[in-house]
Design a binder for this molecule. Structure first.
Ligand SMILES: [Zn+2]
Ligand SMILES: [Zn+2]
Length: 439
C-alpha cells in the first residue's frame, strides 16, 4: 500500500513531537526509548523537585509518560508514525495517566510488561517494526469457584485469515489495484468531531475501499475473498484459567486475533478476567472470608460440626471450643490458616476467616416461667445499678440504625469541607472494616 509509511499526518492535526519529548531520534530502539523515559521520569518525578517547580515538572513527567506509552508499544508507535497524535482519540491514550506498572518495571521491580508480548518483546535493541495486527480484548466472567479450582474453557472462534487463493493481495495473479482516491491509499480517513467546546480528530476506516486503500476492477478481484484479502475461518481454542487467578488478570492467546493484510504478525486475543461475586465467600487478595452462624447454645457451650461447604465442595469441620470455656461472641473472627484462595504458580494458599454471627432464640421461645427463672439464675446477672438523683421511666419503640439523625442529620454538615472530611473518615472506617482490624 503506497503512502502507508509516508510521514504525512493529516492537515491541521495537532503536532506533538513524542520523540522530541523524550529527546530520542525517530529511529531510536525500544531500549533507548526506555532509558530516555527512565531518565525523564527520575528527573521530573513530582516527589523529587522543589515545590515551586512541581507543577511544571509534573507536566513534563506526564508528557514523558505518554510519549513512552506510545513509543514503547510497537503498534501505537506505528500508528503515531503514520498519523501523528490524531491516531489517538482525544489527544492521547489515557491522557494524564501514568502506568504504575511501567514505572515499577523501569526501576526493575516489576515482571514482564503486560501487553508487550512477554519479556522478550523488542528488548533486544535495534529498531523493530513489528506491525502487529491489533489485539482483541474481551471480558471473561468467572465464578469464585472456578477461580479457586481453575478452569479450562473450550470455545470456537471465527477469525479473519489472509485469503489462501490470493495470499492476501485481493486480486487475481498479476492484476493491479487502483489506489483509493477517497483516502489516497491510506485506508483510513481523519474526521473532525466536536465534543463540547473541543474539536477532536479521529481516524476512521475509509468506507470507499473498506479500509484496504485499494479499489479493484470487478474482473481483477480475487474470486474467493472478492477483493477483501481475508476470509473467515473457524477455529477451536482453549482458554486455561489457573487456580488463584483474580479480577483483572489477562490471559493471552497469542496470534489468535484477526489477521490483517500488510502486517507482519498477528495480534493476540486477550481475555480480561472479571470475578463474579459469590453468595457465601468474599475474597480479599488471597484470603477468603465467610459468615459463621452459630446458635446461642453453640456460642456458649461449643460444637463439633461442618460449618461451611468450601468452594471445591469439601465440608470444613470445626470443633469449638478450641480452649476450655472460650465463648464465641458476635463479630468474633476465626482464622483457618491455608484455607483461602490458591496462590498462582505455587502450592501455597491464603487463609480463611470466619466472622461469627450468633443466632439468638426467636421471640417467645421461652414460655415456661420455671425455665425462665432457672435460666436467669444460670446466666450472669446485670451490672451494678446506676445511681442517679432523678430517674425518669420512659417508653420506647423499635428503630433502625439509619434513623439516627433523621432529616436533620442530612442537612447538618453545611460546611462542605467539614462534610468532606467526615465522609473521608467514614469511608476509611468502612474500607478497613471491623474484622480486618481485629486480626
Ligand atoms: Zn483472495
Ligand atoms: Zn479508501
Amino acid at each position: 500500500m503506497d503512502g502507508m509509511n509516508g510521514n504525512a499526518p493529516g492537515d491541521g492535526a495537532p503536532q506533538i513531537d513524542l520523540y522530541g519529548i523524550l529527546g530520542v531520534s525517530k529511529t531510536a530502539s525500544k531500549n533507548e526509548i526506555k532509558k530516555a523515559y527512565h531518565k525523564a521520569a527520575m528527573k521530573n518525578h513530582p516527589d523529587k523537585v522543589a515545590p515551586e517547580d512541581r507543577e511544571e515538572s509534573e507536566q513534563r513527567f506526564k508528557a514523558a509518560g505518554q510519549a513512552y506509552e506510545i513509543l514503547f508499544d510497537d503498534q501505537k508507535r506505528a500508528m503515531y508514525d503514520q498519523h501523528g497524535m490524531a491516531a489517538f482519540e482525544g489527544g492521547g491514550p489515557g491522557a494524564g495517566d501514568v502506568n504504575m506498572e511501567d514505572i515499577l518495571n523501569m526501576f526493575g521491580m516489576g515482571g514482564g510488561i503486560p501487553g508487550m508480548g512477554g519479556a522478550f518483546g523488542g528488548m533486544g535493541g535495534g529498531r523493530q517494526r513489528a506491525r502487529k495486527s491489533p489485539d482483541e480484548n474481551q471480558k471473561y466472567e468467572v465464578s469464585l469457584e472456578d477461580l479457586y479450582k481453575g478452569k479450562t474453557v473450550k470455545f470456537s472462534s471465527t477469525k479473519q485469515v489472509l485469503c489462501s487463493k490470493c495470499s492476501g493481495s485481493g486480486g487475481k495473479d498479476g492484476a493491479k489495484a487502483q489506489q483509493c482516491a477517497t483516502c489516497k491509499g491510506q485506508g483510513v480517513r481523519q474526521v473532525v468531531s466536536q465534543v463540547g467546546p473541543m474539536l477532536t480528530q479521529r481516524v476512521v476506516p475509509c468506507g470507499a475501499c473498506e479500509g484496504t486503500g485499494e479499489i479493484w476492477d470487478a474482473k481483477d478481484k480475487c474470486k474467493k475473498c472478492k477483493g477483501k484479502k481475508t476470509t473467515e475461518e473457524k477455529k477451536q481454542l482453549e482458554l486455561y484459567i489457573p487456580p488463584g487467578s483474580k479480577e483483572g488478570d489477562q490471559i493471552r492467546l497469542e496470534g489468535e486475533a484477526d489477521q490483517v493484510p500488510g502486517t507482519e504478525s498477528t495480534g493476540d486475543i486477550v481475555f480480561h478476567l472479571v470475578e463474579l461475586p459469590d453468595d457465601n465467600f468474599q475474597r480479599t487478595g488471597n484470603d477468603l472470608s465467610a459468615k459463621l452462624d452459630v446458635t446461642l447454645a453453640e456460642a456458649l457451650f461449643g460444637f463439633n460440626r461442618v460449618v461451611i461447604k468450601h468452594l471445591d465442595g469439601r465440608g470444613i469441620e470445626m470443633t469449638h471450643p478450641y480452649e476450655d470455656g472460650k465463648v464465641l461472641r458476635p463479630q468474633d473472627v476465626i482464622k483457618i490458616p491455608g484455607e483461602g484462595m490458591p496462590i498462582k504458580r505455587s502450592e501455597a494458599k491464603g487463609d480463611l476467616y470466619l466472622i461469627v454471627e450468633v443466632e439468638f432464640p426467636e421471640d417467645g421461645f421461652f414460655t415456661d416461667p420455671a425455665t425462665i427463672e432457672s435460666m436467669k439464675k444460670m446466666l450472669p446477672g446485670p451490672a451494678p445499678a446506676i445511681e442517679a438523683d432523678v430517674v425518669d421511666p420512659v417508653e420506647y419503640e423499635e428503630a433502625d440504625i439509619e434513623d439516627i439523625g433523621g432529616e436533620e442529620g442530612r442537612g447538618q454538615w453545611e460546611d462542605e469541607e467539614e462534610a468532606r472530611v467526615l465522609n473521608a473518615r467514614h469511608s476509611r472506617v468502612v474500607e478497613y472494616g471491623l474484622w480486618e482490624t481485629r486480626i
